[in-house]
Design a protein around this ligand. Structure first.
Ligand SMILES: Cc1cc2nc3c(=O)[nH]c(=O)nc-3n(C[C@H](O)[C@H](O)[C@H](O)COP(=O)(O)OP(=O)(O)OC[C@H]3O[C@@H](n4cnc5c(N)ncnc54)[C@H](O)[C@@H]3O)c2cc1C
Length: 580
């Protein structure tokens, strides 16, 4: 599979005509503002979706610059594309047709080269100029490639055989190289490096991971967890070199090996560098925005320098933090959309707590928050069974979860991630946090789960969204997933999505009217996830009063029985209550 000829059909990859035009200065339609988005990745495209869902198509003419020559795709699934578990064509969230359907001008494959904040324009590297009233910068990050000796060839470009792992094109190039390589090295034993290593194994290469740290995935694991993970990776055939610092890339025309600081060398045909990321902030810095590790924003996701400029995603620095996972981006995109559409001017992003799962096939791993106690109040609840690769460690502070590692058995991950995210009190019976000892049962968990709780992190789908889909008539988890995109990211939440769908379906069924007694009319009021509008309650009360209902009974589900009515009044009451 070549860099341009991989699994994505040409239709999804080709550049739309609009992008090839001569310099264009777009005029907004009457009463409409111009929204320009720089960066067509996960955050930028999501932010547009959020704007559209708030009626933004009536408010804005939207123009997008995307350096990658495609529609928007699910970047987190690149690991699965590399391993062969997904076809590249399947990871598109918004193909090119989506932009056309929503009247969005997409300059696909056009890097924005400059922002003029005084004139309020963005210029593309092809010369196109887009004026804006509101600008959103969502340029994300790129792979950090350390300045190793021999990294670049004579032409100043990265030596053939050396790859970053960030984009679909990177992925295509790695897969193509793996087809003719017998030995591959991944520099970096973090989450992405291990996913790359596992993916490369599927291409028949001998795979080595070279890692500077004392154990794998230091950001998410403690030493014990790192050691167990190492054993699991080695059992799959991946060779791990810890505390090894790469000093040079060897080879003339293309890479032939690596040299290390201790003088040792390792032969190889290809190298994937997964040594961290750097935010793409140049375009922000050059137009005078304040930049530290990323572009500084306030709680409205607005640049601290210019009220017309917003920033979301990995290129945003909020309250000193820069995020490298998708979950925070969904919230940032919502806050941005609330503000620019005026739907909720008070909307504020206050920061995110990070939890993640490793998507390496054959390794079950979830991690959240702290990996070591950090306070004298911190209590560690732990279970280790190294031979089976099982490790569970929770850090509890004042009865709440502040950190956790689950390996081997992650059956409690959904519950614990939710408790961590919501800072909810934990049961006193600590053992039940690690094992299903009867409490808290999953049913209790789903009852307690807030409607806004995110079930699918990859696509930002909440419990309430799943519920609305079930209440609209869908019962099949697959159909609910297709409609909401839940479970269509890394797929690790599919089980939970199924449970939530079943939970909602049971509640809807319980609310369905049973056989009515004579003189009784049974109706289910309009609700979303059990919530009912006060006006709707008052309307029901007024109608009941109007027809002199003798008794009102609430059923176990959500049904209301109106008893003691004549046949005629019953029919009139039903007709009135069923009115929209
Ligand atoms: C292989 C892989 C696996 C991952 N797995 C997970 C996971 O399991 N869980 C998780 O939470 N996160 C994961 N991530 C991280 C996640 O993908 C990122 O957090 C997310 O994509 C960030 O979104 P973003 O929009 O900020 O940046 P991006 O998605 O990188 O999008 C930025 C876009 O802006 C474009 N751009 C940059 N500069 C310009 C310019 N000047 N003009 C026009 N366009 C520009 C870029 O080309 C890019 O298309 C993974 C990442 C990778 C690479």
């Amino acid at each position: 599979m070549g860099a341009q000829g991989g699994g994505v059909p040409m239709q999804a990859r080709q550049t739309p005509m609009a992008t090839m035009a001569d310099p264009v200065v777009a005029n907004a339609g009457p009463g409409r503002r111009r929204l320009v988005v720089v960066g067509n990745g996960m955050a930028g495209a999501r932010a547009i979706e959020e704007v559209l869902s708030r009626g933004g198509d009536e408010m804005f003419d939207i123009t997008v610059f995307g350096a990658e020559p495609y529609g928007n795709y699910n970047r987190i699934l690149l690991s699965n594309v590399l391993s062969g578990a997904h076809d590249a064509a399947d990871i598109f969230i918004n193909p090119l047709a989506w932009y056309e359907e929503n009247a969005i001008t997409l300059h696909a494959g056009v890097r924005a080269s400059g922002i003029d904040r005084a004139a309020r324009t963005v210029t593309g590297e092809n010369g196109v100029v887009a004026p804006y009233d509101v600008l959103l910068i969502a340029t994300g990050s790129r792979s950090f490639i350390p300045p190793l000796q021999g990294l670049n060839g004579a032409d100043g470009r990265m030596r053939p055989g050396v790859f970053g792992f960030r984009t679909l094109d990177d992925c295509d190039a790695i897969v193509a190289a793996a087809a003719t390589s017998s030995k591959a090295v991944v520099i970096g034993g973090g989450l992405l490096g291990l996913e790359a290593a596992r993916g490369l194994m599927n291409h028949g290469c001998e795979v080595h991971v070279v890692h500077l740290g004392k154990h794998l995935m230091e950001a998410q694991l403690d030493r014990t967890g790192g050691a167990i993970l190492r054993t699991a990776m080695e059992a799959m055939g991946v060779r791990i070199h810890l505390e090894t610092s790469t000093s040079a890339i060897l080879g003339e025309d293309r890479v032939t090996g690596l040299a290390f600081k201790d003088g040792a060398t390792l032969d190889c045909d290809m190298v994937v560098v997964s040594a961290g990321i750097r935010a793409n902030v140049e375009i922000g810095r050059e137009c005078g925005l304040s930049v530290e590790r990323a572009i500084l924003v306030d709680d409205a996701m607005r640049s601290v320098d210019d009220p017309a400029v917003y920033v979301v995603g990995e290129c945003a620095q909020h309250r000193g933090r820069v995020y490298g996972l998708v979950a925070p981006l969904w919230e940032q995109a919502r806050v941005f959309a609330d503000h620019v559409t005026g739907v909720d001017p008070e909307s504020a992003y206050t920061g995110s707590k990070l939890a993640t799962k490793l998507k390496v096939m054959g390794v079950e791993l979830a991690s959240m928050g702290l990996t070591e106690p950090a306070d004298e109040r911190d209590e560690v609840v732990q279970f280790t069974e190294p031979k089976r690769g099982t490790y569970k460690k929770l850090i509890v502070r004042d009865g709440r979860l502040v950190g956790g590692i689950l390996m081997g058995d992650i059956s409690k991950a959904a519950y614990l991630m939710q408790a961590f995210d919501r800072d909810s009190p934990l049961p006193h019976e600590r053992l039940s946090l690690l094992f299903d000892m009867g409490a808290p049962a999953q049913a209790v968990t789903l009852d307690e789960m807030a409607p806004s709780a995110q079930v699918c992190n990859c696509n930002g789908v909440s419990k309430a969204t799943l519920g609305a889909c079930v209440e609209a008539g869908e019962r099949d988890p697959k159909a609910v997933m297709a409609a909401t995109r839940a479970g269509m990211g890394c797929g690790s939440c599919k089980g939970l999505v199924g449970e939530v769908v079943a939970w909602f379906a049971a509640r809807v069924d319980a609310a369905a009217p049973g056989p009515e007694e004579e003189g009784t009319v049974s109706l289910t009021p309009r609700m979303v996830d059990g919530l009912i509008e006060i006006e709707e309650l008052m309307r029901i009360g007024a109608v009941a009063k109007k027809y002199n209902v003798a008794r009102v009974r609430l059923s176990d589900g959500r049904r209301i029985d109106f008893a003691g009515l004549s046949a005629e009044d019953g029919a009139l009451l039903r007709a009135e209550l069923e009115q929209a």
